[in-house]
Design a binder for this molecule. Structure first.
Ligand code: PGA
Length: 255
């Protein structure tokens, strides 16, 4: 049985005091649910250490993740943060290939697979994001696009390494738009992804793989989405910035 993972992606939001207040509230209000679901928060990088310390001091299992990392090991790469540095401050998970990074920072499959490798080398868990554009969805090309985003590089990992990866299916047309995939659309794509993984790595790895849905998940649609057999949690942007909404989604997953 896969344990659901609810991950809040804060993106580039919240001043430091707002971020720490929200994190403290998440830690205290998520307590009753942490034995049933995993909860992760992906704050901006400069807040990660303090969030980690806060969770530790409060003996909370809330996970602290990073929104990005460098494809390099270290050295003269101004502005970059390495996987090793993330590990050294207590971060355990890292998003890779979020559509905003693919679009605004032109991150392609080669760079993304290098980031995945850097993370796995130091024992961090990559949350690998994939998703089709509106145009691809309108042309019914979604399975082709996802196959392309996963095949080739990330599927070059050996089975042991791949088994550590979490996948997030995030249709680009649903991110931050208020337009959510229907539960049926999400289930179809998650089932398709699990099928691809099964043909590459076999049934056991496919059955253990967690596939999160992301794209305008909120307190009204979470229960239906999370009820789908192949939806193992959510990557939540906007709604994770509102305490009540995020906790409602966690509750829906814990039922
Ligand atoms: P959203 O963002 O929930 O605001 O659509 C999801 C994401 O980008 O991970």
């Amino acid at each position: 049985m896969r344990k659901k993972l609810l991950a809040g992606n804060w993106k580039m939001n919240l001043a430091w005091n707002e971020a720490m207040t929200l994190f403290a509230n998440i830690v205290s209000e998520s307590k009753p649910y942490l034995d049933k679901v995993d909860i992760a928060v992906f704050p901006p990088s400069i807040y990660q250490r303090q969030c980690f310390e806060f969770a530790k001091q409060n003996k909370s299992a809330v996970i602290v993740g990073a929104q990005d990392c460098s494809a390099q090991n270290g050295g003269a790469f101004t502005g970059e943060v390495s996987a090793q540095m993330l590990r050294s401050i207590g971060v355990s998970h890292c998003l890779v290939g979020h559509s905003e990074r693919r679009e605004y920072h032109h991150e392609g499959s080669r760079m993304l697979s290098e980031k995945v490798e850097r993370l796995l080398e130091v024992g961090l868990i990559p949350v690998f994001c994939c998703g089709e554009s509106l145009q691809d969805r309108d042309n019914d090309n979604q399975t082709f696009v996802i196959d392309n985003q996963l095949d080739g590089r990330i599927f070059e990992l050996n089975a042991e390494l791949f088994s550590k990866v979490v996948i997030a299916y995030e249709p680009v047309w649903a991110i931050g738009t208020g337009r959510t995939a229907t539960a049926e659309q999400a289930q179809d794509m998650h089932e398709f992804i699990r099928g691809l993984v099964q043909s590459k790595y076999g049934a056991e790895i496919a059955q253990n793989l967690r596939i999160l849905y992301g794209g305008s998940m909120n307190e009204s649609n979470a229960a239906e989405l999370l009820n789908q057999p192949d939806v193992d949690g959510g990557l939540i942007g906007g709604a994770s910035l509102k305490l009540d909404a995020f906790i409602s989604i966690i509750k829906a997953a814990a039922l």
